[in-house]
Design a protein around this ligand. Structure first.
Ligand SMILES: C[S@@+](CC[C@H](N)C(=O)[O-])C[C@H]1O[C@@H](n2cnc3c(N)ncnc32)[C@H](O)[C@@H]1O
Length: 340
């Protein structure tokens, strides 16, 4: 999609991304200081212990302030950058709302109760803010997250599909479609597939719709939750998600796996990509991850990272379940299982 940010908005986003990059450069110094401490076994106690022990450590002092500032302000900065160009985008939004991909809204739909009082990713206005799909999909992801995220956030979404082998999936359900970045990867990888996306937020689906209509694709985009999609039994050969599960409480993830089992045909595949579990990390990496999660608006991350998703898949009836990290950083962490 073609658009041009105003100088103020562009440079403000650049500034926030640069602060994150500077915080990342301090990491080796902070890690060395943390590694020199005797770390408690319990993760919450470990976070407290490091906070106290490194309160006056210069690199840590700066790192915390840079991380907090970027995390607390990037949502408002990108939101303001959007507001500056909103009028320019009207005709493009109208054009891309037309096409084969349309959104099915659910009258009276309520977002999940575990969203109450939570600003995921500290995103200004939450997932349901008007135009959050554009703000997240065209500004936050490419201009803020991608600049500092190791491995390339778009490259990872495409590469992970290589884990599914040669099978040509034809009826794909993506849970947590958001602004459509993984959906694009699915459509490119499986050009013969009918693609359905379920997502609670209509503003997020609007951006997914723009990506699809811009390319002349027909996706079915449905407002709903992954735990209870309302879709017919055994109607898909692949049920998948990318970076959804760490945003759900454990009880919701259980329901999602049960729902995926119901929705898959016999021989269908469950394929979830998410965060690396704590059991694959040493004490320092666990601390680093939990520290990041608490600063960046991720209330369910630590519980999600404590789950064994292959065991959960087996529990709900899947077979041949496996979970492992992709690439040298073991990220994303994929869970693959088959419905008997
Ligand atoms: C981190 S984003 C997912 C990223 C997306 N799959 C991608 O590849 O860019 C999380 C998305 O999951 C959605 N979400 C949160 N809870 C959900 C649920 N219970 N069911 C379906 N989607 C959910 C949010 O609205 C948000 O758009």
């Amino acid at each position: 999609m073609q658009f041009q940010l105003r100088q103020r908005g562009r440079s403000s986003i650049d500034f926030a991304a640069s602060l994150s990059a500077t915080a990342a450069k301090l990491r080796p110094h902070v890690d060395a200081a943390v590694a020199a401490l005797e770390l408690p076994e319990d993760l919450a106690a470990r976070l407290d212990h490091v906070d106290t022990a490194l309160r006056a450590h210069p690199a840590r002092w700066f790192q915390v302030r840079l991380m907090n500032w970027a995390s607390q302000h990037h949502g408002q900065i990108t939101s303001d950058a959007f507001d500056e160009i909103a009028d320019d985008l009207d005709s493009e939004f109208e054009r891309l709302a037309r096409g084969a991909t349309q959104i099915e809204t659910r009258p009276g739909f309520q977002p999940p109760s575990y969203w109450d009082g939570v600003a995921f990713h500290r995103t200004t206005g939450g997932w349901t803010r008007e135009h959050q799909g554009f703000i997240h999909g065209e500004l936050i992801h490419p201009l803020y997250v991608a600049r500092n995220f190791p491995g390339g956030i778009f490259k990872q979404r495409r590469a992970v599909l290589g884990e599914l082998g040669e099978r040509d999936y034809l009826r794909i359900l993506e849970l947590g479609t958001s602004s459509g970045h993984f959906t694009v990867a699915l459509a490119e990888h499986y050009p013969n597939a009918e693609i359905t996306g379920v997502e609670p937020s209509v503003p997020m689906l609007e951006q997914a719709q723009r990506f699809a209509n811009d390319r002349g694709w027909r996706w079915r985009l449905i407002q709903g939750i992954a735990e209870e999609t309302g879709l017919p039994d055994e109607s898909f050969d692949l049920v998948t998600s990318y970076i959804l599960l760490h945003e759900l409480p454990v009880a919701a993830t259980r329901r999602v796996f049960t729902e995926a089992f119901r929705l898959l045909e016999s021989g269908g595949t469950l394929f979830m990509s998410d965060v690396r579990p704590f059991r694959d990390m040493d004490a320092l990496a666990q601390w680093r991850q939990a520290d990041l999660a608490r600063r960046t608006g991720e209330p369910y991350w630590c519980d999600a990272a404590s789950l064994d998703l292959a065991a959960l898949a087996t529990e709900v009836g899947f077979e041949a379940a496996s979970s492992y990290g992709v690439g040298s950083a073991n990220y994303p962490w994929v869970t693959v299982a088959a419905k008997p």
